[in-house]
Every structure is written in C-alpha cells, then in structure tokens.
Design a protein around this ligand. Structure first.
Ligand code: ADE
Length: 230
C-alpha cells in the first residue's frame, strides 16, 4: 500500500479521474480514501495545511496502514529563479526553513540536538521519476523548504537565507514535517510539487483553474511513478 497525501482538497481533486475509488473513511475530519491504480493499493488523504497537521496525519496513517512508501503531492512557490510556474519539482531533500535555533548556535533548519536537518528523499523513489518529461512543464530534482508561512511579496526579501544558506528551490508548508515522520518510522518518501508562484505575491490569474490543472498534472506524475513500481 502506498500513502498519498496532499494538503488541500483542490490538490487531490483530479485523483478520482486517474485512480479507482475503493472506499472512503474519515479520521478526525481528515478524509481518507482507499483507491487502486492497476495492481497497486493506495490510501489518499487530505492532511490539511501546515507542518503540525501534516505530521500528525502522516504518523496516524503510517500506524493505521503500514504503507510501503509515502508520497506528498501539491503546489509550491519557487525561490529558484530558473523554475517556472507549472514546473514539477521532485524532492531530493527537504528542510524546515523556519526551524530557527541559531541563537543557540544551532544551524538554521536543524531539529535541535538531533541529526535531522536536510532530510533526503528515498533514492529509489526519486530515481523512478527520472525520465518523466510531460508536455506541460519541466521536471526539476531539487530541495524543498518547508515552513508554517505562505511566503509572498516583501516577506521573501527578508528571507535571503532561503536561497543563500539553505539553497532551496521551492517553498511549501508540509513536506519536511512529513519527511521527518517518515524518516523516524523508516518509511521511504518523496515529495512532488508543482510550482504555482514565485513566492512574490503573484499567483496565476485564474488560480482555481491552475489548481485543477496542477492536480491533474500531479496525478500524471503519480501514474508515471506507479508504472515503475516494484
Ligand atoms: N505553496 C504554494 N506557494 C507557496 C508559497 N509561496 N509559500 C508557501 N507555500 C506555498
């Protein structure tokens, strides 16, 4: 069984057109759908936005379903100027950019007194995504930065460390918390993110149409991954 998570309903909306619905459940208001793609069993759940909800839902579903892998899907803002809206980012690793104990002499992003800072995605899952070349955008393998902030406009200018120190490609609000849960539980994971904005306050004109397209593109990326499973 593969656990597929997304933060918002819109990010998962098109999955029902690509994967066969088996049955639906709910846990503390979190919709959890069992689905099937070819011979693969999937559990698809909406975690909610932000690090705490995502980590909590991921831990619960790992305990409940014992998945062989976790894939977190959704949109992200780019901080790497070479990325364009619509591109797909496959995580090589990720870090909590807002975990800041620098005043204690600990590097930005490190969970204090642990080995956890940049958390690498599973190499096998990342490698399965190589060769994916959709006609709707480029595919970039890179670093995902996670924090409990939607980064837009002037805020971005106050965060030069996102690129200078952390060398990130995109920012989002869940990935590194899910990654930490997966690492601690020894479950392989990868993050798949479609670029929705440049973390500058400008979103695509028709954002709901964009979200719908992104969801369909993420489902295509998942199909590519699942076709290489096993
Ligand atoms: N998800 C999509 N765009 C984002 C941004 N600019 N900041 C944080 N999360 C995002």
């Amino acid at each position: 069984m593969i656990l597929v998570l997304g933060a918002m309903r819109e990010e998962l909306a098109c999955f029902s057109e690509h994967f066969e619905f088996v049955d639906g459940d709910e846990w503390n208001g979190v919709p959890v759908n069992r689905m099937r793609y070819k011979n693969l069993e999937l559990v698809v759940a909406k975690s909610g936005v932000g690090k705490v909800l995502a980590a909590m839902v991921c831990q619960h579903l790992i305990e409940e379903y014992r998945p062989e892998a976790v894939v977190f899907t959704g949109i992200a803002g780019s901080v790497n100027p070479s990325l364009c809206v619509g591109d797909l980012v496959v995580s090589l690793d990720c870090v909590q950019h807002d975990l800041d104990a620098t005043a204690m002499g600990i590097e930005r992003g490190r969970v204090p007194y642990t080995v956890y800072r940049f958390i690498e995605a599973d190499k096998g899952l990342v490698d399965k995504m190589r060769g994916f070349s959709p006609d709707w955008g480029r595919v970039h393998f890179g670093r995902v930065l996670t924090g409990d902030q939607f980064i837009a406009g002037e805020q971005r200018a106050r965060m030069p460390y996102l690129t200078e120190e952390l060398k990130g490609d995109v920012v989002e609000m869940e990935g590194a918390s899910v990654a930490l849960v997966c690492r601690v539980n020894a479950v392989p994971f990868v993050l798949l993110r479609v670029v929705s904005d440049n973390a500058d306050g400008n979103a695509p004109d028709d954002f709901s149409a964009f979200l719908n397209r992104s969801s369909s593109h993420l489902a295509e990326a998942l199909e590519f991954l699942f076709d290489r499973w096993g």
